[in-house]
Design a protein around this ligand. Structure first.
Ligand code: SF4
Length: 411
């Protein structure tokens, strides 16, 4: 078990607790197997003088039964289990805070890195669909983000660092484990049905780690997810969209948010480097590659609705024109204001009118339901709140230590 840093639980209710992560303790120089792809793990076992198939066995224990203790891996010889215990570990990022909303939404703040480390967040949103209960996990790929979109709380934190594959897949591991921790190992199953790489950071700017994490998501020895259920969302790093098309078959979403270059330069500054025509052409190329694959029948267009900024009838018309040759589904996202946000949320009527224009023209256009309102607001905001609380707890601990020192010297 890890010795998680426990922050103050002052003012938190039962479901909003600072918690310890149920994973093995971090020991310097141990190799973390959690983020390794199948070929990497096969090589690891071959280097140990073992058969390649051990990789698949260990992957199933890690990713399908959520076992982190080698001693529990009953189909592996005792000798090998001992060896593995000495040199490796299975370690998800440390959970420092979790919120479980009444509507089923779950949100975690993870600490990544050594010492004080950095914080990232992950959100799980449940929903019903045609195929039954869906549980969609929104995963972060970087600590902070360099792209500074003007409506984004994460962008305001600046860029700190890329997440490793273990830190990315560890978010999926932990979300699944949160439903299984009280279930006997033999009965455990994967619960998260969908993943969107749409949390903190621009996933295509941490390309290798994100690619290898998505390969694990699709791997039958790991999460075995359908490629239609793994979505990468980008703000528009055009060359990397082309590279992605070559490397993996997953669904693509674009954080578009504006229907013309002038407005998009303001809202999503990477547009100055890769303007709309280049972005739309890259999406068309993405769909054209393996065009019959179900994950590539359309691109999802994410469009945050900002009051009086991008939500006018002329914007809807411009969007229709922009997307006329791109098979797409449009997702309108009511803006979730954060402290000092320079924008407000569009009115319900404005959003419905915008949707109607697009639907009448034949587009599938949905309005994202706002979820988890009782646990916090915008993406990236919870990290700020927890960081604040952690700082307050640290300050309080220092103050107590100072007072004890004064009492000791006086006594
Ligand atoms: S919207 Fe995405 S790409 Fe833009 S600043 Fe936020 S995290 Fe980065």
């Amino acid at each position: 078990m890890s010795s998680a840093v426990v922050v103050s639980s002052e003012n938190l209710d039962e479901k909003q607790q600072s918690v310890s992560t149920p994973v093995v303790q971090s020991v310097d120089k141990k190799v973390n197997l959690l983020g390794m792809s199948r070929p990497e793990l096969e090589k690891f076992f071959e280097d140990l003088g073992e058969k390649k198939f051990r990789a698949g066995q260990v992957m199933k224990w890690m990713h399908q039964f959520f076992v982190t203790d080698f001693a529990e891996m009953s189909n592996i010889s005792g000798k090998l289990r001992e060896k593995l215990e000495k040199i490796c570990e299975i370690k998800a990022p440390e959970v420092v805070h979790r919120n479980y909303s009444k509507d089923g939404t779950r949100k975690w703040v993870f600490r990544v890195g050594d010492g004080e480390g950095s914080l990232v967040e992950t959100v799980l949103i449940p929903a019903e669909d045609k195929t039954g209960a869906r549980k969609t996990l929104c995963i972060s790929s970087q600590v902070g983000c360099a792209l500074d979109c003007s409506f984004c709380s994460t962008g305001k934190q600046g860029f700190q660092r890329d997440l490793s594959p273990a830190e990315i897949i560890g978010q999926l591991w932990m979300a699944n484990y949160s439903y299984m921790e009280d279930v006997p190992v033999a009965e455990r199953e994967r619960t998260v049905t969908n993943v969107v790489m749409m949390g903190m950071g621009e996933p295509l700017l941490n390309y290798d780690a994100v690619l290898s994490s998505m390969q694990l998501m699709l791997d039958d020895f790991a999460y075995g997810m359908s490629k239609r259920r793994v979505t990468l969302s980008t703000s528009g790093v055009v060359p990397k969209i082309d590279q992605l098309a070559q490397d993996i078959d997953v669904a693509l979403a674009i954080s578009l948010h504006a229907p013309n270059d002038e407005l998009r330069n303001e809202l999503v500054p990477i547009n100055k480097k890769y303007p709309l025509q280049q972005l739309i052409a890259a999406c068309q190329r993405y769909l054209a590659k393996d065009g019959n694959e179900s994950s590539r029948r359309h691109v999802t267009i994410e469009y945050v609705m900002l009051d009086g900024v991008n939500d006018k009838p002329e914007h809807a018309q411009q969007l229709l024109k922009l997307l006329k040759n791109l098979p797409s589904k449009i997702n309108l996202i009511p803006f979730n204001p954060f402290p000092h946000a320079p924008y407000g949320r569009s009115s319900r009527n404005r959003i419905i009118a915008f949707q109607k224009t697009l639907s009448d023209a034949g587009f599938v256009c949905t309005i994202r339901q706002t979820r988890g309102d009782d646990i916090d607001a915008a993406c990236g905001q919870l990290v700020g709140q927890v960081a604040d609380r952690t700082r307050r707890a640290e300050q309080w601990k220092k103050k107590v230590a100072q007072q004890q020192e004064i009492l000791r010297t006086q006594g």
